[in-house]
Design a binder for this molecule. Sequence first.
Ligand code: NDP
Length: 315
Amino acid sequence: RKGNVIITGASSGLGLATAKALAETGKWNVIMACRNFLKAEKAAKAVGIPKENYTVMHLDLASLESVRQFVDTFRHSGMPLDVLVCNAAVYLPTAKEPTFTAEGFELSVGTNHLGHFLLSRLLLDDLTKSEYPQRRLIIVGSITGNTNTLAGNVPPKANLGDLRGLAGGLNGLGSSSMIDGGEFDGAKAYKDSKVCNMLTMQEFHKRYHEETGITFASLYPGCIAETGLFREHIPLFRILFPPFQKYITKGYVSEEEAGKRLAKVVSDPTLSKSGVYWSWNKNSSSFENQLSKEASDKEKARKLWEVSEKLVGLA
Ligand code: NDP
């Protein structure tokens, strides 16, 4: 049978390119888990994804209710789940004030981390039940986790501190809207959320890899400077960023190439190792990258897991 893969945020950018790369092989049925149903349908048609190889299902990661509803809907479909890709994200670098999810969590961490945390915890059961030979849970990371690169060191740097803001509910009311308890900074909130993604992957690996055989992985696909991720940025940035990445940092990849990379992490038998953060070098070959000190801090990963469990109502 075909493999079933859920990709969150498959309505644009990396998620869409990955959906296309997988669907075109004819070996995958892609469940596009998107907040805007119509946009996702149109995007799938526009890039020519064969209609027998995809299904759109509604998922708004900024609402835990919607996450639970999505899991119900998926289970009602009767499809087994073989791979889950947590890809969706918001990035709000110019926001002056925090905005919030339905449950009142700061939007970047609420969507990118907490929404995906609940989703992947609930769907772990489904992955465990699947008889597919290679079951995987992939959480898209970012370069903010590697301090061995220039981009990983651009301020404001990610820093989760002692998680006091997160433990306080991240609601900007009684507690800070930032994980470390500091002043709101949209660019930092995004980077923090990506560190959470990478810590979550490692904690999944530690707790469940041996018991379930599932592969847990993260990746930095390269700088895809033209995706919608930068839609909230100032216009000059959006004009200069792609050439800067192409010619100066040389970290630029096209959406198509990045989609092929993520598709490999989904399906390539040679990328089946668990607990790995994949990156690609200049000639486009993959390697197991090192994470920054904070993004590989085992104690922080455990604490993040426990605090997140409480916030999403699992503990
Ligand atoms: P895009 O903005 O193009 O795609 C983000 C996707 O997430 C969109 O489909 C968007 O939906 C979806 N999304 C946002 N909020 C929600 C929500 N509440 N519920 C459901 N879906 C939501 O960005 P990219 O393709 O660049 O980003 C994809 C991933 O790649 C992210 O995890 C990002 O951190 C990572 N990444 C990107 C890099 C880059 O250079 N672009 C570099 C490193 C990592 P909609 O279409 O409705 O807006």
